[in-house]
Design a protein around this ligand. Structure first.
Ligand code: CDP
Length: 211
């Protein structure tokens, strides 16, 4: 079973994807880390975020495991990731590795922005996770504070608005729900309630597949 989870920044998709992967004993790929790691590699090499050739080389050189999450999950790296992620040629360089991951025997859970639309249009289950910008900013503030970053709620809310606009407005694989994705708005849901709803969606989709 391939489960595709997409949604905007801090919508709760990562947490859901991890829990679903645990529940069904499937490998999980947080594809945002690929874009974050590409941006980090460009910083390390002293390259500009708009340097397409360097971005392609960095993307091709990534291993899909052993990410330095403490470094990659910062606010700065999320912002940089969304800048490099708008380069169509660097996205191309990451497609095959993501598809290979999805094709593992038994399946996989992938989360990102374009999993249900571009990477795995044939996914068995697609969930598009949303939440209001204010709720997402609050969650992101808590997450960054827990990682020891200094947080400014207003700045995070502004980041989220900017990233939503950039991720949804780009020409290459924009953030949008696949027509056959189930929508899950987590604005008023606890983590457990969102997970229960996701399980219900998976059951429903599997039932439909087996019918
Ligand atoms: O955790 P959060 O949602 O803030 O970010 P992320 O999922 O780690 O993604 C960081 C950035 O990478 C996003 O703002 C997107 O621009 C980009 N991204 C993408 O374009 N396609 C994906 N499949 C995953 C992430």
């Amino acid at each position: 079973m391939i489960i595709a989870i997409d949604g905007p920044a801090a919508s709760g998709k990562g947490t859901l994807a991890r829990r679903l992967a645990g529940r069904y004993a499937l490998p999980h790929l947080d594809t945002g880390l690929l874009y974050r790691a590409t941006a980090a590699a460009l910083f390390d090499r002293g390259r500009d975020l708009s340097d397409v050739e360097a971005a392609i080389a960095a993307a091709r050189g990534l291993a899909l495991t052993d990410f330095d999450e403490a470094r990659l999950r910062t606010r700065e790296m999320g912002e940089a990731a969304s800048v490099v992620a708008a380069l169509p040629a660097m996205r191309e360089a990451l497609i095959q590795a993501q598809r290979n991951f999805a094709q593992r025997p038994g399946g996989a859970v992938l989360d990102g922005r374009d999993i249900g639309t571009v990477i795995c249009p044939q996914a068995d289950v697609k969930i598009f996770v949303t939440a209001s910008p204010e709720v997402r900013a609050q969650r992101r503030a808590l997450e960054l504070a827990a990682r020891g970053e200094k947080v400014d709620y207003g700045a995070i809310l502004a980041d989220i608005a900017k990233r939503d606009a950039r991720d949804s407005g780009r020409a290459a694989a924009p953030l949008k729900a696949a027509p056959d994705a189930a929508l899950l708005d987590t604005s008023r849901l606890s983590v457990d309630a969102a997970f229960a709803e996701a399980l219900r969606i998976v059951d429903e989709r599997q039932g439909r597949r087996n019918a």
